[in-house]
Design a protein around this ligand. Structure first.
Ligand code: SF4
Ligand code: SF4
Length: 247
């Protein structure tokens, strides 16, 4: 029986989330026995034409060409999984959404007229329907493997939709905000990292983006009470997930 095909696509990004797949060293070989890697330029020059059973998409949409390309990939893919802060909320490059992209272009590039770009950096879901979104910068390898193995097992993946506080409690960590007065975005941030930062007594700075239905207005007075000024508040909500919906 033919193995299902897997394609990995890059849009505007740093490649870090694709590297997370390559970093699954112990799991990658068994995985390649179960799926055929049909397109993954980061790993192999071999490619085969679609359609594809599963497409993993990294990166945000920042050029007119990428708008067309993501529509084509959606048509070619049975299941579309978008991975990382760029693909799920525009990424760091979405800082352009708050500024004048023509000014950036004229300052950064020697020949700005050669740069064909959009005024915004947008998540993949702004352009096509997606099946699963994995948050993070980069993503968590455990979540990536969960999506792929659940596909092979014919079941829905078990992905969290709660906040980082939930992971914190599961690990039995002391709350850095309550115990040490450290500002923490955990109550409004999507779970999935395993509460990495509170585990080393740092506050969460929201790199997994907003959880479903985050109560940001309730958290802001607490963050202020623990020393965050307006500038810091603005920065912390506009770093990895500028185009994400915090409110
Ligand atoms: S440390 Fe942060 S994430 Fe953990 S329980 Fe406290 S507020 Fe929530
Ligand atoms: S910043 Fe928050 S979401 Fe990111 S690793 Fe730290 S605790 Fe997890």
């Amino acid at each position: 029986m033919d193995r299902p095909t897997l394609a990995v696509w890059k849009f505007t990004s740093c490649d870090g989330c694709q590297l997370t797949l390559l970093d699954c060293e112990d799991e990658l070989l068994p995985l390649t026995e179960r799926v055929e890697i049909a397109h993954f330029p980061e790993a192999t020059p071999r490619t085969r034409p679609g359609p594809y059973d599963v497409s993993i998409v990294e990166g945000s949409v920042t050029t007119p060409t990428e708008v067309e390309r993501i529509r084509w990939i959606r048509e070619q893919s049975r299941v579309l999984v978008v991975v990382g802060a760029c693909a799920t909320s525009g990424g760091i490059q979405a800082l352009r959404n708050l500024a004048d992209v023509d000014e950036f272009r004229s300052v950064v590039y020697a020949s700005p007229e050669l740069i064909d770009t959009l005024a915004t950096s947008t998540p993949i879901s702004a352009h096509v329907p997606v099946d699963y979104e994995l948050r993070g910068c980069p993503i968590d390898r455990g979540q990536l493997l969960e999506v792929l193995t659940s596909f092979l097992a014919g079941r829905a993946p078990d992905l969290p939709d709660t906040s980082v506080c939930t992971d914190c409690k599961r690990r039995g960590l002391t709350c850095v905000m309550v115990a040490h007065g450290t500002p923490c975005l955990g109550p409004v941030t999507h779970a999935g990292c395993g509460a990495l930062c509170p585990a080393v007594r740092r506050g969460c700075y929201g790199c997994f983006g907003p959880m479903n239905g985050p109560n940001v207005p309730a958290l802001i007075p607490l963050l202020r009470r623990h020393g965050m000024g307006e500038g810091e508040l603005d920065r912390v909500f506009h770093t990895f997930t500028t185009a994400g919906e915090w409110t």
